[in-house]
Design a protein around this ligand. Structure first.
Ligand code: F6R
Length: 598
C-alpha cells in the first residue's frame, strides 16, 4: 500500500534508497521514484516496477534523499502520477503513503492561488501546501500543512535549502525510523531497514519527526515535544531474503514448521499467553474481525473457539463491522491482522473500544499500529512475510487462535485435562505434520499441472474446512488469476451445482471427522455431474481415493488442527499452478500487502 523510504548520512543515498525500496515493493508496484539532494535536487520516476526506475537512474550524487513505490489510489499508474512530487519552485520534494480525503477542495484553492499541478494525485496537493507554508523552516511548514489534511498519511519531505534533514509525519499510515551510526533511515516497514539497523523508533499517529545524520527529534502535530524509547527488532536481515528459493511465497510456505514452533515456544503446557488475563475473564460471546486471509483465519477460529470454549462466536469482515446496526458491544473482540496496519481492521478496533469491548489483537508485527489500539496483543511469531499472498502468517494465526481457545477453555472448564493434553500433543506434532506435506510435494505438483488449464475451480469443505476452502480458493485466485470459489460443501446443491461441468475441477476437503460421510456424499454429487474431484484427505484413506479423480494426502492429525496441513497443501497447489501459468507470484497484479486505505 505504497512504500516510503528515506536516508541521510555519509554514504551515497541513491543505492541505499533503491535497495531499501526493493524491500518494500510488496507494498505496491505501480510506479517508483526517488529524490536525492546534493547541490541540486535530483528527481527521477517511472511507471511500473522499481527495475523500470533503475533503468532510468543516472549516477546522481547526494548523501540524503527519499523514495517511493506506489499502489495507485488516485490517478492511474503512470510516470506523471509517480512520487516524489515537487512544488512549483522545484526545491521541495515529497513522498506520501495514504489518502488525502479533502484533496479536491485543497487543490481548487491551491490552483486559484496560482499553483501548477502536474498529476492527478491527491498527494500533489500536500507538496504545494508545504510550499505555501514554508517560511524558512521545513519542520514548521510540514507541521502547519498536516493540520489541514484529512485522511491518512505517512510523509517524507526534503527541501534543497535544508540539506541536513528529512522531515517526516505520520497519521494512520505506518512509519518507522531506523537509527544507524552517523546515519539515519526512515521507512514504511521494517524489511527496508533490517540490512542497515535493528534499532528503531516507531512514529505514532499525529507525530512529526526531523531526521538528521546525527539525531532524530519528535513532536506532536500540536508542537509538543515527544520522547520515545528506541526499540530493538529481533527479525534478522536474512529473514527478508529469498534464501535460495525461487519466490518469497515458496520460502514462506517452507518456513511454516519453524513459524508454528516459534508461535508455540514458551506458551505450552501452562498456556501462558501473556494477554493481560483476557483468557481468564468471563465473557458470554466473542467477535472476531479481520480482512482477507486473516478473516479466513478468524472463521476457522470461530469453529475452534466454539468447540473449545462453548461460547458463541461471530466473525465479521472488518470493512463491514462499523456499518453494523447491531451496536451492542461484543464483550471480547479479537482483531486478527498480520501487518497490524490494515486500515479496516484498525478502524474496527477503535469502534470496538468505543463500544466498550475488551480488545485483543493477533498480529505478526511488534510495534504495529493495531498494538496501540487494543487492550492486549497475542503475537504470532512467523517472522517477516514478503510474498503478497499470506501463507505462514495464516498458519501462525491459527496457532494463536488454538492457544486462545485452549486457554479460555481451560479457564471455563469446557475442556477436560485429557482433551487439553491431546490438543497440546497435537500442536507439538504440527510442525512435523506440515514438514511431511512439504516433503511430499511431488503429487501436488502433478495435480497443479492438471489444474493449471482450468478456468474455474471450486473448493468445498465443512466445519473448519469451510474456511480452509475459502482460503484455498483465495490463494489460487490471487496468484494464478484462475477464478476460484470456496463454499460450504452443503451449499453446492443450493445453486453453484449449476456451474459444474467436466471442465470445472472441485477440490473437496474430506478429513475423517464428523462431517466425513456428508463430504463423501457431496463428492458423489459432484462426480455425478462429471466435474473432476481433487480430494484432500488423510493418509491411507482408500474410500476417498475411490470416490475421487485425484487424491492428495495429509498426515493423521486431530480434526480441529487439520486446517494447518490442509492449507499447506492448498498453498503449494496454488503456487505450482501459478508457476506453470507464468504468473508474477510474489507480486500479483492489482494487489499490495497491508492495505492501509479503507
Ligand atoms: C491474501 C492476503 C490479504 C490479507 C489482508 C489482511 O493473501 O494477504 O487478504 O490477509 O489484506 O491483511 P492483514 O492481515 O495484514 O490485516
Amino acid at each position: 500500500m505504497c512504500g516510503i523510504v528515506g536516508y541521510i548520512g555519509n554514504r551515497q543515498a541513491l543505492p541505499i534508497l533503491v535497495e531499501s525500496l526493493k524491500r518494500l515493493e510488496y507494498r505496491g508496484y505501480d510506479s517508483a521514484g526517488v529524490s536525492v539532494i546534493d547541490r541540486e535536487l535530483f528527481n527521477s520516476k517511472a511507471a511500473g516496477r522499481i527495475t523500470e526506475l533503475e533503468k532510468r537512474l543516472p549516477d546522481a550524487p547526494g548523501r540524503m534523499g527519499i523514495a517511493h513505490t506506489r499502489w495507485a489510489t488516485h490517478g492511474r499508474p503512470s510516470d506523471r502520477n509517480a512520487h516524489p512530487f515537487t512544488d512549483c519552485s522545484g526545491r521541495i520534494s515529497l513522498v506520501h503513503n495514504g489518502i488525502i480525503e479533502n484533496h479536491r477542495e485543497l487543490r481548487a484553492g491551491l490552483e486559484s492561488r496560482g499553483h501548477r499541478f502536474t498529476s492527478e494525485t491527491d498527494t500533489e496537493t500536500v507538496v504545494h501546501l508545504v510550499e505555501e507554508n514554508y517560511k524558512g523552516d521545513l519542520r514548521a511548514a510540514v507541521s502547519e500543512t498536516v493540520r489541514h489534511l484529512r485522511g491518512s498519511l505517512a510523509l517524507a519531505v526534503v527541501h534543497l535549502s535544508e540539506p541536513d534533514r528529512i522531515v517526516v509525519a505520520r497519521d494512520e499510515s505506518p512509519l518507522v525510523i531506523g537509527l544507524g551510526q552517523d546515519e539515519n533511515f526512515v521507512a514504511s516497514d521494517l524489511p527496508a531497514l533490517l540490512k542497515y539497523t535493528r534499532r528503531v523508533i516507531y512514529l505514532q499517529n499525529r507525530e512529526v519527526a526531523v531526521i538528521r545524520r546525527d539525531g532524530v527529534g519528535l513532536e506532536s502535530f500540536e508542537g509538543e515535544p515527544v520522547e520515545r524509547d528506541i526499540a530493538t527488532v529481533d527479525w534478522s536481515p536474512e529473514d527478508t531474503e529469498k534464501g535460495g528459493y525461487q519466490h518469497f511465497m515458496l520460502k514462506e510456505i517452507y518456513e511454516q514448521p519453524r513459524a508454528i514452533l516459534e508461535s508455540l515456544i514458551g506458551r505450552i503446557p501452562g498456556l501462558e499467553l501473556d494477554i493481560g488475563g483476557i483468557d481468564k475473564e468471563d465473557f458470554d460471546s466473542v467477535k472476531i474481525v479481520a480482512c482477507g486471509t486473516s478473516f479466513h483465519a478468524g472463521l476457522v477460529g470461530k469453529y475452534v473457539l466454539e468447540q473449545l470454549t462453548g461460547l458463541p462466536v461471530i466473525v465479521e469482515a472488518a470493512s463491514e463491522y462499523r456499518y453494523s446496526a447491531n451496536t451492542r458491544y461484543s464483550p471480547l473482540m479479537v482483531l486478527v491482522s498480520q501487518s497490524g496496519e490494515s486500515a479496516d481492521t484498525l478502524q474496527a478496533a477503535r469502534e470496538a473500544r468505543r463500544r466498550g469491548s475488551r480488545t485483543l489483537a493477533i498480529t505478526n508485527v511488534v510495534g504495529s499500529s493495531i498494538t496501540r489500539e487494543v487492550d492486549s496483543v497475542l503475537y504470532t511469531r512467523a517472522g517477516p512475510e514478503i510474498g503478497v499472498a499470506a501463507t505462514k502468517t495464516f498458519t501462525s494465526q491459527l496457532i494463536a487462535l488454538y492457544l486462545l481457545g485452549m486457554a479460555m477453555g481451560k479457564h471455563r472448564g469446557t475442556l477436560l485435562p485429557s482433551q487439553l493434553q491431546e490438543l497440546i500433543d497435537g500442536l507439538r506434532k504440527l510442525p512435523r505434520d506440515v514438514q511431511s506435506v512439504l516433503d511430499n510435494r511431488g503429487a501436488i505438483k502433478l495435480t497443479a499441472e492438471w489444474m493449471a488449464q482450468a478456468r474455474d475451480v471450486f473448493f468445498i469443505g465443512r466445519n473448519v474446512h469451510y474456511p480452509t476452502a475459502l482460503e484455498g480458493a483465495l490463494k489460487l485466485k490471487e496468484i494464478s488469476y484462475i477464478h476460484a470459489e470456496g463454499l460450504p460443501a452443503g451449499e453446492l446443491k443450493h445453486g453453484p451445482n449449476a456451474l459444474l461441468t467436466a471442465e470445472t475441477p472441485v477440490v473437496a476437503i474430506a478429513i475423517r471427522d464428523h462431517t466425513y460421510d456428508k463430504m463423501l456424499s457431496n463428492i458423489g454429487e459432484v462426480s455425478a455431474r462429471s466435474a473432476p474431484v481433487i480430494a484432500i484427505g488423510l493418509e491411507n484413506d482408500r474410500e476417498l481415493k475411490k470416490a475421487s479423480d485425484l487424491t492428495l494426502y495429509v498426515p493423521e492429525v486431530r480434526p480441529v488442527l487439520s486446517p494447518v496441513p490442509v492449507i499447506t497443501t492448498l498453498q503449494l497447489l496454488a503456487y505450482h499452478v501459478a508457476l506453470i501459468r507464468g504468473c508474477e507470484i510474489d507480486k500479483p497484479r492489482n494487489l499490495a500487502k497491508s492495505v492501509t486505505v479503507e
